[in-house]
Ligand binder design. Structure first.
Ligand code: PEP
Ligand code: MG
Length: 576
């Protein structure tokens, strides 16, 4: 019987192949009594399993190729940290002894206690780490049962190309393992667009869908399935007609990708000659390779906070310097805009979970930096030192007030002074910009164009704060609307003010990589887009086919339109 399941597409494209169900330990474990005389032995069995999983993970971490995205190693390290935490590796031993129970049960009891604590946490990033704890526990349970942890399915490399992995949930470590295989696609029941699995999936560039809820239950081994990663749709047992249609679409998609690759070195300019800069968003220096492969002419957003995530300690000045220098050198003189760490909200460094009941509005980004001047200065010094090795710009996130700009500039001067005192070279004309992602900053844009060298519009947060939609909350995600007239008015106002003051302005939120919005943003005056590398060539293609002079009146009309249906119709017209 043919049926369709809907989820969230996290990586575009079409895959057609046979389902391979990935099984996980069920977490339904037996409970039996251990006589006191055997408690020590049971404890040792537990310790042995922990040791086995640790060795497995370390092996996996060491085998991550240097070309793999930076998140891979970070994810494995995060799992290792969870595994090594005494709450998981030691506490169950006490339970074995006091409760006189088997190791599996003790681990399950301890995990349930930990997960109950997670439920009370408001912080979205930390809540997502709940699934990381479950994944680590599953590995230990597997080791206790004598099953291998990272066993690839028993299939030949040839047939992998046609396999679609169907899982209830996948850990980032699983995905790293899959990287060494050639699967066509993977789909999962759990996960959201910001989950680790989704982030890694995007970097693998194979069609994938998360949040399908019941796929693992509904799909049977070897069933034929179609995955449309762009639409977030899975078709199980398609009939001949549907199959033929998707085969055609897949073929067209492939031809399109081949054609796109030819645009890598083409300058992004409209038909009527308006030149546009297309930059890449990266999370670490290793992502520069992909950015360059897709023809990025700069790094518009280096989310430096990723260097701080998934580790027990903070990266020191030298470690940060190396990361920034590497990115700058690999870009060979093209600009690398490094954002000072945007921690807090959904991204917390270890041991720094936000105590705020509303972390997105709490102590995050520049607010956090300014309360930790020593840590901030360490980062600023690292950036300045790296600026001697390439073209680096400093970008300050989440500015809302004039005082925050002033204080940031004072600290940058202080960092420069300390380097001067030590005779350390840096780029004396380094540019300092600000992210405009708080509506207050967009409305009082004059403050920021006067004090800063450039601006970058962070639409992910600008939309979140303008529409009061928590960007990490699934239940309101349907209300998250880049086309809301308030959002368009703010973006247009920022660009206009920046142009008038002759201050360069970029846009680095997800809107920049959404090809349905490329033309609209062009008509609003945007000339610098920064996005995930995977979208760069698609956006370039739209720009190359756009006649801005002809489109401008339509864009102006869209700005005056408040009716959502009419806006959609105008957007279709703009894009046709
Ligand atoms: C944004 O808010 O649009 C942005 C680019 O930053 P981040 O997604 O990291 O908050
Ligand atoms: Mg932001």
């Amino acid at each position: 019987m043919s049926f369709t399941i809907h989820g969230i597409g996290v990586s575009g494209g079409i895959a057609i192949g046979q389902a391979h169900l990935v099984s996980h330990a069920t977490l339904e474990v037996d409970h039996y009594v251990i006589p006191p005389s055997q408690a020590a032995e049971e404890s040792q069995r537990f310790e042995g399993a922990i040791g086995k999983v640790r060795a497995e993970m370390e092996r996996l971490r060491d085998s991550v190729p240097s070309s793999a995205p930076a998140e891979f190693a970070a994810f494995i390290n995060l799992h290792l940290m969870i595994l090594n935490d005494s709450m998981l590796s030691v506490a169950p031993r006490r339970i074995i002894e006091t409760e006189q129970c088997n190791a599996e049960w003790a681990l399950k009891v301890q995990m349930d206690a930990l997960l109950a604590q997670f439920d009370a946490i408001e912080d979205g990033y930390l809540r997502e780490r709940k699934s990381d704890v479950i994944q680590v526990v599953e590995r230990v349970l597997k080791a206790l049962s004598g099953q291998p942890g990272y066993a690839p399915p028993a299939i030949s490399a040839d047939s992998e190309h046609n396999l679609i992995l169907v899982a209830h949930d996948l850990s980032p470590a699983d995905v790293v393992e899959f990287k060494q295989h050639q699967f066509a696609s993977f789909i999962t029941d759990l996960g959201g667009t910001t989950s680790h699995t989704a982030v890694v999936a995007r970097s693998l560039a194979i069609p994938s869908i998360v949040a399908l809820h019941n796929a693992r239950h509904l799909i049977r081994e070897s069933e034929l399935i179609i995955v449309d990663g762009t639409q977030g749709v899975v078709i199980v047992n398609p009939d001949r007609q549907v199959l033929a249609e998707y085969q055609l679409r897949q073929h067209q998609f492939e031809i399109e990708r081949q054609k796109l690759r030819r645009l890598k070195n083409t300058r992004a300019a409209t038909l009527d000659g308006f030149v546009v800069e297309l930059h890449a968003n990266i999370e670490g220096p290793d992502d520069v390779v992909e950015a360059r492969e897709n023809g990025a002419t700069g790094i518009g957003l280096f989310r430096s906070e990723f260097l701080f995530l998934g580790r027990p300690d903070l990266p020191d000045e030298d470690e940060q310097f190396e990361a920034y220098r590497k990115a700058a050198e690999q870009m060979e003189g093209m600009p690398v805009t490094i954002r000072t760490y945007d921690l807090g909200a959904d991204k917390s460094a270890e041991g720094e979970s936000s105590r705020s009941s509303n972390p997105a509005m709490g102590l995050r980004a520049i607010r956090l930096c300014l309360t930790e001047p020593r840590r901030f200065l360490t980062q600023l010094r690292a950036m300045l030192r790296a600026s001697h090795h390439g073209k680096i710009n400093i970008l300050i996130p989440m500015l809302a007030t004039s005082a925050e700009v002033e204080q940031s500039l004072v600290l940058i001067r202080q960092a420069k002074q300390s380097l001067d005192d030590e005779g350390v070279p840096y780029d004396r004309s380094i540019k300092v910009g600000g992210m405009i992602e708080v509506p207050a900053a967009a409305l009082a844009i004059g403050i920021f164009v006067r004090k800063l060298d450039f601006l970058s519009i962070g639409t992910n947060d600008l939309i979140q704060y303008t529409l009061a939609i928590d960007r990490t909350d699934d239940t309101v995600s349907h209300l998250y609307d880049p086309l809301h007239p308030a959002v368009l008015t703010l973006i247009a106002g920022i660009i206009k003010a920046a142009d008038k003051a002759k201050v360069p302005v970029a846009l680095c939120g997800e809107m920049a990589g959404d090809t349905s919005l490329t033309r609209l943003l062009l008509t609003l005056g945007l000339r610098q887009y920064s996005m995930h590398s995977a979208h760069l060539l698609d956006v370039k293609q739209v720009i190359l086919k756009s006649d801005l002079t002809r489109l401008k009146p339509l864009g102006r009309r869209m700005l005056r339109t408040t009716d959502a249906v009419k806006l959609q119709a105008l957007l279709v017209k703009l894009n046709s």
